[in-house]
Design a protein around this ligand. Sequence first.
Ligand code: ADP
Ligand code: ZN
Length: 612
Amino acid sequence: MGKNLFKNILVFFIVFLVVMGVFSLFNNSIAEPEEISISGVVDKIQKEEVEKIEVIGTQLTVILKNGEELKSLKEPNDTVSSLLADYDVDQSKMAAVTIEVKENSGFGFWAGAILPFLFPFLLIVAFFWFMMRQVQGANSRAMSFGKSNATDQKKDAPKKKVFFKDVAGVIEAKEELSEIIDFLKNPAKFLSLGATIPKGVLLIGSPGTGKTLLAKAVAGEASVPFFHMSGSEFVEMFVGVGASRVRDLFKKAKKAAPCIVFVDEIDAVGRQRGSGIGGSHDEREQTLNQILVEMDGFDTDTNVIVLAATNRPDILDPALLRPGRFDRRVLLDDPDLNDREAILKVHSKKKPYDDTVNLREVAERTPGLTGADLASVLNEGAILAAKQNKKTISQSDILLSIEKVMLGPERKSRVMNATEKKTIAYHEAGHALVAHVLPNSDPVHKISIISRGQAGGYTLKVPSEDKYLHTKSDFLDEMTVLMGGKVAEQEIFNEISTGPSNDLKQATQIAKKVVTQYGMSEKLGPRTYGEREELIFLGKEIHERRDYSEKTAQLIDQEVSRLLGNAYDSAKKIIKKSRRYLDKIALRLLDKETIERQEFETLLKDLKPSAA
Ligand code: ADP
Ligand code: ZN
């Protein structure tokens, strides 16, 4: 935009110069007559040199007998004859002069009179106009406040259209939505049987699970326009703007019916009303009310279906969920192993892979990643391969990208001194060794002492299959593995470093949950402690209300500490017993910085799991 402004000013300046040039040419082409005073004119008449005097307003043009032209000015109220009489010009000499009085008009006169004033004025106006256009271009949002900037997918290139085949996994969700597609395609079939049309569908799933993608796919399959709008866009600085945007969006949608309106992040406007503390939530409430009004106002045959996405269905205003509004809910789970493989397949199209690539292995290594994460893993892999000027992408590129997406980019620039490096190597070796020995811990896939994101080093454990249920032993082993790092440091250096790790915090959280939420502690018995309540106005903040006595609180503290202590002791036992292997792993790490699963297992092949 800066470039544009500069260009416009330049053009403007050139035009200005040209106009000025033309003007001065024009002015010069008329030889300016000499100007003389009235007494000069009188003098010339006395000498009988004057042929004719033309009078236009106050201007006198004196034409001499020799053809010369002179100019003079008189006062507006005097006539030429009375003026000459005042100067005592001889009657005879006056009679010899023709006096011609001309009308004070004609384009020339007006142009001559006004242009000198008008021209600079016009210039200024033009200049401001140019500036305004620039500002508007940059800031057109400000000029279209109340307008929704919902976009219509149909206007996009057709190749941007999305279909169900582009959405991997989420089979149940697709099944539920196929009814909506059927309806959009063929409303008469439903209406003739007196069925009411669903108006709103709530898509529930964590960020990146493909809610937007799925909504687009519904529009694509039904080949209807798709209007996309995000809840946070509705919430503007000025009260009333959100509501007017909603009105505008639905007006557009009704015109384009049948169509899909997709409201992303509906929780941004659809939180429970009236829970605002400190500061007004008028804007949100008005926006939400407007959405409800619009949805209620649909006629039975209005073919507009509103899909809304959220990852927090629990905080939505109940009014949104009432029949006739968002009464259908479609759940998008985090992808499991098979889904992840399918998603990877969708995104691996058009990417040239060599034959080392094994997407199943990638899927196995990526539990907990969403569709969006997986897409970016494959993208990072392609970037990595391109950086090395390769023609194809290999498995190693993709595997490296997984860690980048999970933990942040490698920070090779971070210089560690020898002691720090050794500390981190032993710390990670401790985690890995304990994880290898304990039967309920996930297998170690990779150990590294290259710092990444926040972590100084890391041990990557990956479950061999997706787990939905966890046992008490799983939790206890997990806590022991987390302690492994600190224990190893203590054993080797007789000292514990701060280390950029939150092992202890994680272990403590697990212990607390085991005791207070899962009822897994014998001492405290099978019940939950503490009512977890979300403070709606703070969004994510979790507030815990105590529903137990002070005495029980002490018991809980004791129990948590006992579990953590036990975990520390068992980690210590394992590491003491297999100290030889700890050294082996740490030395290899110091040498190579990373150890992959196979190498790790060869390194520990004499050490049977559960040998502790
Ligand atoms: P959400 O709206 O749930 O936050 P998106 O629909 O915006 O997530 O997903 C972001 C991106 O992740 C999509 O554009 C797509 O590339 C990828 N993605 C997510 N889920 C899937 C899926 N099930 N199949 C294929 N790609 C997916
Ligand atoms: Zn650690």
